[in-house]
Design a protein around this ligand. Structure first.
Ligand code: MLT
Ligand code: MN
Ligand code: ZN
Length: 299
């Protein structure tokens, strides 16, 4: 099973168009080592032939062009078979509109996410004006075979974050995905948005080989401290890396071969290759994804 991080940044990317934070400035000025990054999306395949995306970012076109394995060999025979959504956030779903040239799109989403896209932000209606959308309902806890030896099981990731669009539709508003290579039995978990690692969420991480985990903020007060927003990381729905109860503390001891932070907000100091925060994260056995990070999960 091959997992490719197409975009390793949170919404807005790195740099973000209206941001002059230290990381965004470092990228623009070249003043400190900091790679540009596009918005969060992960591609996964069990056979290197058929691929699925977890979230379709606003940067999807450039991300696919930078990924030879996801490009058509001839005609319109795209290796991209479908898109799975973790939630209905605009920076996770807007890329669906940029895939509108597809003959049809297979969209895996929970009923809550589908309903949001269908009614609250009319993204689906717009997309369906261009191409047929085949909705495959994602039911947390249900195993789904994607074909070619890849299957997934979604799991609910509870959040108290206020719903951006329409009412809070409850369970299934945010999910994580546990992918299994049916030939090897090895698993990779995509948890790019998590506010709290509940017992049930933690259970999904058991015996997985690769974990792609929410790295939005290094500290809970990152945004307020930079004077860029009033909400803490947790209030934005993202468990911070550091501090009491942070993901570093909770996951450092888990025997997972590859623990890779994704969905990195442009304010996160771990983006700076020479920062003490980056050294701390790596000392604890975690990795910081870049665009193009690939993990081969071998049998
Ligand atoms: C999130 O991951 O919290 C959202 O994508 C925030 C945003 O809109 O960028
Ligand atoms: Mn996001
Ligand atoms: Zn910034």
């Amino acid at each position: 099973m091959l997992v490719r991080v197409l975009g390793s940044a949170a919404g807005g990317g790195v740099p973000q168009w209206n941001c002059g934070c230290p990381c965004c400035r470092a990228v623009r000025e070249g003043s400190r080592p900091c790679l540009p990054r596009t918005q969060s999306s992960i591609a996964i395949s069990a056979d290197h032939e058929q691929w699925f995306l977890v979230n379709a970012s606003p940067d999807v076109r450039a991300q696919l062009e930078a990924s030879p394995a996801l490009l058509p060999a001839a005609g319109r025979a795209t290796p991209l078979q479908g898109v799975l959504l973790t939630d209905a956030e605009l920076d996770h779903a807007l890329g669906l509109l940029l895939l509108r040239e597809a003959e049809s799109l297979e969209l895996h989403a929970t009923a809550a996410v589908h309903e949001t896209l269908r009614t609250d932000n009319s993204l689906l209606a717009t997309l369906q004006a261009y191409c047929p959308v085949k909705w495959r309902e994602v039911v947390p806890g249900e195993d789904v075979a994607l074909g070619n030896g890849l299957s997934y099981r979604a799991f609910d990731v509870p959040t108290t974050k206020r719903s951006r669009f329409g009412p809070d539709r409850g369970p299934g508003r945010v999910v994580g995905y546990r992918f299994t290579d049916e030939r090897s039995g090895r698993a990779a978990v995509c948890l790019s948005g998590v506010q709290e690692i509940t017992g049930q969420v933690r259970e999904q991480l058991r015996d997985c080989t690769g974990l792609f985990i929410d790295g939005t903020c290094f500290s809970d007060d990152e945004m307020p401290r930079l004077g860029l927003a009033s909400k803490t990381s947790r209030e934005m729905g993202h468990l911070p890396m550091s501090g009491p109860g942070g993901s570093l503390e909770q996951l450092a001891e888990l025997p997972i071969e590859r623990k890779i932070y994704v969905h990195l907000n442009n304010t996160n100091p771990v983006l700076l290759d020479d920062s003490p925060e980056r050294r701390e994260v790596e000392r604890l056995g975690f990795e910081i994804a870049t665009d193009g990070t690939e993990v081969q999960i071998r049998p």
